[in-house]
Design a protein around this ligand. Structure first.
Ligand SMILES: [Zn+2]
Ligand SMILES: [Zn+2]
Length: 129
């Protein structure tokens, strides 16, 4: 029953994708797993990992490396900056950072830029108080 297997795979992937898309917290695979368990009680952490890999290959999610050295995921593909708390590991979106036209920078002449990231590190407001 190849066909029903594929349908289940597609559904699982969609649930995993929606969990990433609806989270503002740049969740880790564990956090996504905790969430999709409610919709897919039989899903395994391995399945979540595999689906995240596929979604990444498809360009639907991006993977960030947190200060906790774990992989965090997000589905917001517009270029934006991040603040990583070195205390609790939380990653927050930083809106309103200027995004220069990197391609025009003389020092990047001859390079093909596929992505760039701007990351601030420090203590988040929650940990600072
Ligand atoms: Zn913090
Ligand atoms: Zn982000």
């Amino acid at each position: 029953m190849q066909k029903s297997g594929n349908t289940r795979e597609t559904r699982q992937r969609k649930v995993v994708y929606e969990a990433v898309r609806h989270s503002k917290e740049h969740p880790t695979a564990d956090m996504i797993f905790d969430q999709v368990k409610y919709t897919l009680p039989t899903v395994s952490l391995g399945t979540v990992y595999r689906n995240l890999g596929v979604l990444k290959d498809q360009g639907l999610v991006i993977e960030l490396r947190g200060s906790d050295r774990r992989a965090h995921f997000e589905a917001d593909l517009t270029p934006h900056a991040h603040f990583t708390c070195t205390y609790c590991g939380a990653i927050s979106d930083i809106e309103g950072c200027p995004t220069p036209n990197w391609e025009r920078l003389p020092c990047l002449a001859g390079y093909t830029v596929e992505e760039h990231c701007l990351e601030f590190r420090g203590t988040c407001p929650k940990c600072a108080s």
